[in-house]
Write a protein that binds this ligand. Structure first.
Ligand SMILES: Nc1ncnc2c1ncn2[C@@H]1O[C@H](COP(=O)(O)OP(=O)(O)OP(=O)(O)O)[C@@H](O)[C@H]1O
Ligand SMILES: [Mg+2]
Length: 467
C-alpha cells in the first residue's frame, strides 16, 4: 500500500485530492506548510510527495533542497504542483531532484498517470539495485568452492535441490559458509531473479520477531504508525533465509509453522490472510536434532523444514581446499589493500594446513587479509599468519608471555586485546571440560555454568567447540 503526502495550504485541494487518491487505494496524509512537510517526510517516508511550490512558510523549492538533509532515508518521488508553470523553475526543480512538475489546474487522470509512472520508476530502480547485488554475489560465490570430495558433495547436493521448491536446512559450524551456500541455492533456483531475503533469528529482539516475519498493520502496537510488510511478503516468489533458526522464539515457531502449512500469513493487528509463495532455507550452527530432543525446537517444525539437509564440513576436514581459498582471499585482499603479493611461502602453506581453523573460512579470510597488511615481501611468510585459536602443539607459559610481549611491542596489540584472547582460550577450555563432565548435555552444562542455554550455544559456536 503506497503512501502519498500532499503538501498544499489549499484545504479544498487537500480534500478533493485525498478522496481521489484514497479511491485508488493509496494511503494519504496532508500538511499545509513546508516545515510540516519536512517533519512528515522524515516520520513516514512516503512513496510519493505532491509538493505545492508556494507555501506560507518556506517555498516548495526550499523543501526540495532540504529533504535529503532532513530525511536521508527518504527515496520517494517528489512531484511539484504550481499555478505558475514556467520552464525555468521546472528545470530547477528537476535539478533539485523532483520527479516531475505539474501545473495547476490539473486533471486528476493526468496526475494519477504521473504518480503511476513515478511508482513504476521506483520499483524498477529497486529491482535493478537488487539484481546488481545478486549479480555481485553470484560472481563472488561461483568461483571459490574448492575441490575436496567433501565440498564437491555439497555442491552436488546444492545443484540437486536448488531447482526444486523443497525446504532446505544448512547445518555447519560458524564460518563454514552456510550463508554463502544458501545464496548459491537461491542463485541456482528458478527464483533467482526474485528476492533473497535473509533474517537472522538471533539478532532480532524476541518481541519483534513476529512483526519482522509477518509484518503489521498501522496501529497494531505503539510505534506502528504505518503498515509494514514482513519478510515473508518481501521475499514473495523468492527465497526466505532464516539464519540461526534455533533462536526463533517458541511462540514464533508455532506461527511460522502455520504460515508454512497454510502458505499464507496474517499481519500483526490484521485479519485478512495474505497468500505467500516463498522458498524456505534455514541455517543453524547447532545440531537441530539435539535442539528438538532437548525441547528447544518444535519437532513438527523441524520435520517441516527438514525436506533436505546439507551438512557443511569444517575447514580442517577439507585441508586441500585451504591453499585454494587462501589464494582467492589473497587476491581479494591485494585488491582491497592495494598490494601485490603473489603467493605463500611453503612454510606458511604448511602452517595453514596444520592449523585447526576454529573459525573456519571466515577466520581464514581474516587471517589472510591481516597477513597481506603485515607482509612487505613478495610472498606471505608464516610469521605474518597470526592465528587466534589453538595450534596443534601446546606452548609453555614462558613462551606465551614472550609471544604476547612480542605482539604488544611489535604488532601494536593492547593489553586489552591480549586479555580478551587469553580469557577466550581459558573460557573455551572450561566449557569443554564441563561439557565432557555432563556428556555434552547442554541444559545441564548451562545450569552448572549458570549461564543461559542460548549463551552456551553461542559460545559453543563462537569457540568452534565440537559438541
Ligand atoms: N566457498 C566460499 N568461498 C569464498 N568465501 C567463502 C566461502 N564460504 C564462506 N566464505 C566466506 O566466509 C565467511 C563466512 O561465511 P558465512 O557467513 O556463509 O558462514 P556461516 O556459516 O553463515 O557463519 P556463521 O555461522 O558465523 O553465521 C564469509 O565472509 C564468506 O564470504
Ligand atoms: Mg551465517
Amino acid at each position: 500500500m503506497e503512501t502519498i503526502l500532499i503538501v498544499d495550504d489549499d484545504q479544498d485541494l487537500q480534500l478533493n485530492l485525498s478522496s481521489v487518491l484514497e479511491l485508488e487505494g493509496y494511503t494519504v496524509e496532508c500538511v499545509g506548510t513546508g516545515m510540516q512537510a519536512l517533519s512528515k517526510i522524515k516520520e513516514m517516508l512516503p512513496t510519493v510527495v505532491l509538493l505545492d511550490r508556494n507555501l506560507p512558510d518556506i517555498s516548495g523549492m526550499e523543501v526540495l533542497q532540504k529533504v535529503k538533509e532532513v530525511a536521508p532515508q527518504f527515496d520517494g518521488a517528489i512531484i511539484i504542483l504550481t499555478a505558475y508553470g514556467d520552464i525555468n523553475s521546472a528545470i530547477k526543480a528537476m535539478k533539485l531532484g523532483a520527479y516531475d512538475y505539474i501545473t495547476k489546474p490539473f486533471d486528476n487522470d493526468g496526475l494519477l498517470f504521473t504518480i503511476d509512472k513515478a511508482l513504476n520508476n521506483q520499483r524498477l530502480a529497486k529491482e535493478v539495485k537488487m539484481l546488481r547485488k545478486q549479480l555481485g554475489d553470484r560472481i563472488g560465490t561461483e568461483k571459490v568452492m574448492g575441490k575436496s570430495d567433501k565440498i564437491k558433495d555439497v555442491v552436488k547436493r546444492v545443484s540437486l535441490i536448488a531447482p526444486t521448491n523443497m525446504s532446505v536446512i544448512i547445518q555447519g559450524a560458524s564460518g563454514t559458509g552456510k550463508e554463502v551456500i544458501s545464496k548459491l541455492i537461491h542463485q541456482k533456483s528458478l527464483r533467482k531473479d526474485k528476492p533473497f531475503i535473509p533474517i537472522d533469528c538471533g539478532a532480532i529482539p524476541e518481541n519483534l520477531v513476529e512483526s519482522e516475519l509477518f509484518g503489521y498493520e498501522k496501529g497494531a502496537f505503539t510505534g506502528a504508525n504505518k503498515d509494514k510488510k514482513g519478510k515473508f511478503e518481501l521475499a514473495e516468489k523468492g527465497t526466505l533465509f532464516l539464519d540461526e533458526i534455533t533462536n526463533l522464539p517458541e511462540s514464533a515457531q508455532a506461527k511460522f509453522l502455520r504460515a508454512l502449512e497454510a502458505r499464507e500469513i496474517v499481519h500483526i493487528g490484521g485479519k485478512k490472510p495474505i497468500k505467500v509463495d516463498v522458498r524456505i532455507i534455514t541455517a543453524s550452527n547447532i545440531n537441530l536434532v539435539d535442539a528438538v530432543s532437548q525441547g528447544d525446537f518444535r519437532e513438527d517444525l523441524y520435520h517441516r523444514l527438514n525436506e533436505f539437509k546439507i551438512m557443511l564440513p569444517l575447514l580442517k576436514e577439507r585441508t586441500i581446499d585451504i591453499p585454494i581459498l587462501a589464494q582467492i582471499f589473497l587476491e581479494d585482499s591485494n585488491k582491497e589493500l592495494n598490494k601485490n603479493i603473489s603467493g605463500f611461502t611453503n612454510s606458511s602453506i604448511k602452517k595453514m594446513l596444520e592449523y585447526s581453523w576454529p573459525g573456519n573460512i571466515r577466520e581464514l579470510r581474516n587471517v589472510i587479509k591481516k597477513a597481506v597488511l603485515l607482509e612487505d615481501k613478495e610472498k606471505i611468510n608464516h610469521e605474518n599468519l597470526e592465528f587466534e585459536g589453538t595450534v596443534k602443539n601446546k606452548k609453555s607459559s614462558k613462551d606465551s608471555v614472550e609471544e604476547y610481549t612480542h605482539k604488544i611491542l611489535e604488532l601494536g596489540f593492547s593489553l586489552k586485546d591480549i586479555m580478551f584472547e587469553l580469557n577466550n582460550n581459558i573460557e573455551k577450555e572450561i566449557i569443554i571440560s564441563i561439557l565432557k563432565e555432563v556428556h555434552y548435555n547442554k541444559s545441564k552444562a548451562a545450569k552448572i555454568l549458570d549461564i543461559e542455554r542460548k549463551t552456551l550455544y553461542s559460545k559453543i559456536s563462537l569457540f568452534g567447540i565440537e559438541s
